[in-house]
Design a protein around this ligand. Structure first.
Ligand SMILES: CC1=C(CCC(=O)O)c2cc3nc(cc4[nH]c(cc5[nH]c(cc1n2)c(C)c5CCC(=O)O)c(CCC(=O)O)c4C)C(CCC(=O)O)=C3C
Ligand SMILES: [Fe+2]
Length: 411
């Protein structure tokens, strides 16, 4: 009996490969972070992001400067509208009849409203795709909680089923745009140095991602029932390191250009005594300059689109650090609506659907393909348990059955 046979409801459909049997969905939910769209939105948005932590508005005003400087507008919502349109076009081109609905954690359209509207329009089983590729609390479990809480709060638990696409950090659709961008970035920095009369000066590729508390880094992607060992004791770090190594390998193989590289972190927040992942990108750039590196290629490996964390923390701050130190530099694009990325997301949807099913779960690193269903303890929330979907420790949304029978009708 094949665990992938949708009729095979008697067998736990999760294999050792972490695959869940395909199901019939009636919509795709594009879930994202959300961002403000005007000066009046900034503080209400930041209150949403920091909800439950009692941070006074005066403190929120201090962290709002990058939004304020951009007219109170985050680029992320427009980027998600464009991604939604690109997904709809790619689904239509393949003859796949799945509408794409959009909901955010922190701004309108909010996830609970999107789920209520979906239910009212007749949807009963959605497949969620998030704008976060790696394993960590904010990119994995927090989305599972967003849905868990929304189903509870709307009373739709047991009436609307929502599953989640696997973390896709090492899907070729996510990685290939970075390979292309890194190759161009290396060539660009080499050209800048050649024009400055330093054609052979050393350059360095900095893969940048969001810093997170080290406690969250250790819990990221954890599997209590089948513990795995990861580089730096963290699936979050290991996933980025594996991608970085693969990107460099491909750039060298394709172009013959070679470069030293490292993984660095950005956008740290929170109390100074709490340890977060290091080094900060700006400290790393200073160290590289001291070591005689003449140019850096900044690759925003942790991010899906050129949102505020990219355009502010990298383009405004890190590129300024490079300029202050006299380093040649460039920042590589994020996948955004790159054709390969959009195709890859549709392929990830097709891994999970009966119609147009894709059996091959592609992954370019040895760490993946990641689990369709999070293992117990994955990306633990140290701030207190909340209802979740799409995990072996699921508490709502799938009839309280952690391993829903394949082909089961939730209607
Ligand atoms: C891992 C990760 C990603 C990448 C994965 C993913 O993409 O999901 C990410 C993305 C994003 N983070 C974003 C914005 C913010 N993140 C904050 C705060 C935090 N992020 C954290 C982690 C992450 N964050 C953490 C551990 C905190 C502190 C604790 C907390 O607050 O949970 C704060 C609060 C203020 C501050 O502390 O600076 C803001 C405003 C935006 C929107 C950008 C825009 O508007 O264009 C996006 C895409
Ligand atoms: Fe997780």
């Amino acid at each position: 009996m094949s665990p992938l046979d949708p009729q095979d409801g008697a067998v736990n459909p999760i294999t050792e490969t972490g695959r869940l049997a395909p199901k019939e969905y009636d919509g795709v939910l594009l879930a994202s972070f959300g961002g403000p769209e005007g000066q009046d939105d900034v503080i209400p948005f930041l209150r949403n992001v920091t909800r439950g932590r009692g941070i006074p508005d005066e403190r929120l005003e201090e962290v709002s400067h990058h939004y304020r400087a951009n007219g109170g507008i985050s680029p992320i919502n427009q980027q998600n509208r464009e991604l939604k349109a690109a997904l709809e076009a790619e689904l239509a081109a393949r003859g796949i009849d799945l509408p794409v609905l959009w909901g955010n954690r922190n701004w309108d359209p909010y996830i609970p409203q999107t789920l209520q509207d979906a239910y009212d329009a007749g949807h009963r089983r959605l497949l969620m795709l998030t704008t976060s590729a790696y394993s960590c609390y904010s990119s994995c479990r927090q989305y599972r909680e967003d849905i868990g809480m929304a189903l509870t709060e709307t009373g739709l638990d047991g009436r609307l089923e929502v599953d989640k696409v696997r973390q896709y950090f090492d899907h070729p659709g996510f990685v290939e745009p970075f390979i292309e961008g890194t190759a161009q970035g290396v060539a660009d920095v080499r050209a800048q140095l050649a024009a400055a009369g330093k054609p052979d000066a050393p350059i360095h590729v900095l893969f940048a991602t969001h810093s997170i508390p080290t406690r969250d880094a250790v819990a990221a992607g954890r599997s209590e029932d089948e513990p795995r060992e990861f580089a730096e004791d963290s699936a979050y770090v290991a996933q980025h390191l594996a991608n970085g190594a693969e990107i460099i390998r491909r750039v060298e193989a394709d172009s013959g250009l070679s470069a030293a590289w490292s993984l660095v972190y950005q956008s740290r927040s929170g109390a100074p005594h709490v340890p977060w992942l290091e080094p900060d990108i700006n400290d790393a750039i200073e160290d590289l300059a001291k070591q005689g590196v003449a140019g850096v290629v900044i690759v925003p490996l942790g991010f899906v689109s050129d949102h505020m964390e990219v355009v502010w923390d990298l383009d405004t701050e890190a590129l300024q650090t490079c300029q202050d130190l006299g380093l040649a530099a460039t920042r590589v694009p994020t996948p955004g609506t790159h054709r390969r990325f959009v195709e890859g997301l549709v392929e990830l949807i097709c891994e999970r659907t009966v119609a147009n099913n894709v059996a091959d779960r592609r992954a370019v690193t040895g760490l993946g393909p990641w689990y369709d269903v999070c293992r117990p303890g994955c990306c633990e929330n140290f701030r207190g348990e909340k209802p979740t979907i799409a995990g072996a420790d699921t508490t709502v949304g799938q009839g309280h059955d952690p391993y829903p029978a394949a082909g089961q009708d939730a209607k």
